[in-house]
Design a binder for this molecule. Structure first.
Ligand SMILES: Nc1nc2c(ncn2[C@@H]2O[C@H](COP(=O)(O)OP(=O)(O)OP(=O)(O)O)[C@@H](O)[C@H]2O)c(=O)[nH]1
Ligand SMILES: [Mg+2]
Length: 206
């Protein structure tokens, strides 16, 4: 799919104040610093669209970006950032939870995982929450440029094993990406295109 336009619409810490337009949207979630904002920039060919930083905790709000005037990419704050105070953390979690549980326009979440690391408890728990809440999601492994192809394969195999060990019946649909090398761009965009076509065809309120 070709992205012709990508525009920032609004930032929010209140899920009920997100855009009221009924267009399909795709949210990016995962640990702080995993590369959510960078991936949005890579997918849209715009290095300055979402704000990124080498320091975790950069994105603090729900950010809506309208794509091709027809659907949204949503950049979210990361979870698991130890340096944020407990109070701030619970506020973050509350509005993120509100977003996931109430946003009818959300058709798929992408849970980002750094390909270099073993499965982390917080990610597994978050995916369990998504499963229990019946929110469709895919995994996106990030920063694939940082390890070799062989290691990518072995890390994914190990990840699958850990998912099964945590009682997952099957590995969620997943993608391997690098924002610095644009790896996985077409795969993710084609997936979004397919889902968009499906929801528009079924006229699920869109
Ligand atoms: N080498 C490499 N670095 C990446 C990649 N994606 C992101 N980074 C770097 O990782 C750091 C964090 O990137 P962000 O996109 O800001 O991460 P985030 O998940 O949005 O972080 P928060 O907003 O803090 O939750 C930055 O220094 C990026 O340049 C990637 O694919 N490859
Ligand atoms: Mg960010």
């Amino acid at each position: 799919m070709k992205i012709n336009t990508a525009e920032f619409i609004i930032s929010n810490s209140d899920a009920s104040k997100c855009p009221t337009e009924f267009l399909p949207e795709y949210a990016f979630i995962g640990r702080s610093n995993v590369g959510k904002s960078s991936l949005i920039n890579m997918l849209t060919n715009n290095k300055n669209l979402a704000k990124t930083s080498s320091r975790p905790g950069k994105t603090q709000l729900i950010n809506h970006f309208k794509i091709n005037n027809n659907w949204f990419l949503v950049d979210l704050p990361g979870y698991g950032y130890a340096k944020v105070s407990k109070k701030t953390k619970s506020v973050f979690q509350q509005f993120i939870t509100d977003y996931f549980e109430n946003r009818e326009q959300l058709v798929c979440a992408f849970v980002l995982i750094d390909i270099r690391h073993e499965a982390q408890k917080i990610d597994i728990e978050f995916m369990s929450y998504m499963g229990e809440s019946e929110i469709p999601f895919c995994i996106i492994f990030t920063k694939a440029d940082k390890i070799s192809r062989t290691k990518i394969d072995s890390h994914i195999a190990a990840y699958k094993k850990q998912m099964y060990a945590n009682n997952w019946a099957e590995m969620p649909h997943y993608f391997v990406t690098s924002s610095t090398e644009s790896t996985g761009k077409e795969d993710v965009l084609s997936y979004i295109d397919e889902v968009n076509q499906e929801v528009f065809k079924n006229n699920s309120g869109f």
